[in-house]
Design a protein around this ligand. Structure first.
Ligand code: SIN
Length: 504
């Protein structure tokens, strides 16, 4: 008779399973690979080919509770480990990630659809967070404060906050997990990772590598959940008093729900939410540089990136030059297709709701008078989820695309006359994640950087992400920072200690 583990393995796509030893089709709780309590599963498809990659458990509230039980139990000892121990653990994990980079990149392309070149870049980027936090783990220092009386010693201790739930999106399935988990582990927290239902395999592969790296049981748990169970699982996480931190990357809409749900037991919340990045090109800019950066900034992950340029503003005198050079590069540089194929630079959109939304925004704009320079259509010959790179001008506030985060390969270019006007337009929005501008005028650089209402700015640079950066936004783009030395803050409690009546 087949054990339940073998039974699941037998369902896996045999070709992929042979090719990828890290392709796991069970959840990971308390150091064990497990099915959902009720044995429910769901299929995950490759968005480029629509082939089923494999099934994973559709875990519900019961499974979530088991993961929280495991993380709570593990925290009792993990909280007391030394920084050096945690640094070594993270370093082991990082070394294994580097060793398995190519396999991780291929799994990522299978489930997300991005080109292999983009997946390799994401794996390198994602790995760098674990390396970074293996180093930061040993620099989480307390403080000694000057006391107001001679017989006291005042100090600040930093202690791990407790069990952390890490809820991650489909657009960067590797880097969003490592950016959160690296920080949580460095701080001494234990984690429950809930990857997106669209891209669970990268998270499961990381769990296998964590196990191989020597993580104690329960320190890292991964629960997989389909769309229908996700809201209940999210609520169960927020309602459970034992979870002390919720770190979420995803839409502003879901972020607000989680934020409200966390209010009841006043959890620490770190939210990396939507952006709508302005990309401003002033007339003093190096236009060729601005065009090259615009290509990377707009089309990274086929435009499905929170910090993608979403609104281009180009000053009147250079508008024609920028627009025609950008159009030329869009038509020349982008090769869409199955990300596993050589020469393909960009993949499909992740799912039907995504491509429907992108197409709706474009059709709405064109029907209301926007000028379409290229694209504006689905590319059914390539597959159901491919959308042609699209360039629009003459967009105004009556069109839905004017104020929306597009999350697709669609560039909208506006023309502006003055610095004051463009700053007003760029800031006239509820979110503020990243912003970019191009200028060779030093005073303008400092002026504009000070006035842009965003959490991160690229000046003459369109690719700003790295482990050293304090990633995060202002306004409705979120709370807290990830990466950098600040990335651990959300996973730490500060404890003030007053030692009194010391006899000298
Ligand atoms: C995101 O789109 O959420 C993350 C992008 C990045 O880390 O660069």
């Amino acid at each position: 008779m087949l054990s339940s583990k073998n039974l699941l393995t037998s369902i896996a796509s045999p070709g992929l399973r042979r090719e990828f030893s890290l392709l796991k089709n069970q959840g990971f709780i308390n150091g064990k690979w497990v099915a959902a309590q009720g044995n429910a599963k769901f299929e995950v498809v490759n968005p480029a080919t629509k082939a089923v990659i494999d099934s994973v458990p559709d875990m519900n509230i019961q499974d979530t509770k088991l993961a929280i039980d495991a993380a709570t139990e593990a925290f009792k000892t993990f909280r007391n480990t030394t920084a050096k121990y945690r640094a070594n653990l993270l370093r082991n994990w990082y070394n294994l990630m580097v060793q398995h980079s190519e396999e991780l990149a291929k799994i990522l392309t299978q489930e997300n659809g991005k080109s292999l070149a983009e997946s390799r870049a994401e794996i390198t980027y994602g790995n760098s967070f674990v390396e970074w936090f293996s180093e930061e783990a040993r620099r989480i220092n307390g403080e000694i404060l000057p006391a107001t009386t001679d017989n006291r010693k005042l100090m600040i201790l930093k202690q791990p906050a407790g069990v952390a739930a890490l809820i991650t999106p489909w657009n960067f399935p590797h880097a969003m997990i490592t950016r959160k988990a690296g920080a949580a582990i460095a701080a001494g927290c234990t984690c429950i990772i809930k990857p997106s239902e669209d891209t669970p395999f990268t998270g499961l592969a990381l769990a296998q590598l964590a196990d191989d790296a020597g993580f104690p049981a329960g320190v890292i748990n991964v629960i997989t959940t389909n769309t229908s169970n996700s809201p209940d699982v999210g609520k169960a996480i927020c309602d459970d008093k034992r979870v002390r931190v919720v770190s979420f990357t995803g839409s502003t809409q879901v972020g607000k729900i989680l934020y409200r749900q966390c209010a009841d037991n006043v959890k620490k919340v770190c939210l990396e939410l939507g952006g709508n990045a302005p990309f401003i090109v002033f007339e003093s800019a190096n236009i060729d540089l601005a065009v090259s950066s615009a290509m990377v900034c707009k089309f990274r992950n086929t435009g499905q990136t929170c910090i993608s340029a979403n609104r281009f503003y180009v000053q009147k005198n250079v508008f024609q030059e920028f627009t025609s050079k950008f159009l030329e590069r869009m038509q020349k540089d982008i090769v869409l297709g199955d990300g596993m194929k050589q020469n393909v630079t960009h993949g499909p959109l992740i799912k039907k709701s995504q491509i429907d939304m992108v197409d709706h925004l474009v059709q709405d704009a064109v029907s209301k008078g926007a000028k379409l320079h290229c694209g504006g259509k689905r590319l059914a010959d390539l597959g159901e989820l491919f959308y042609a790179p699209t360039l629009l001008t003459d967009v105004n506030e009556n069109m839905e695309i004017f104020a929306k985060e597009i999350f697709g390969p669609v560039a909208v270019i506006h023309q502006f006359e003055s610095e004051d006007q463009v700053l007003m337009d760029a800031n006239n929005i509820n979110v503020g994640l990243a912003g970019y501008f191009y200028s060779e005028n030093l005073s303008q650089i400092f002026r504009v950087a000070r006035k842009m209402e965003v959490g991160m700015i690229g000046v003459n640079e369109g690719l700003i992400s790295c482990a050293e950066a304090a990633f995060g936004g202002v306004k409705e783009s979120g709370l807290g920072r990830e990466g950098s030395k600040h990335g651990v803050d959300d996973f730490l409690d500060i404890k003030y200690l007053c030692l009194g009546n010391i006899q000298y």
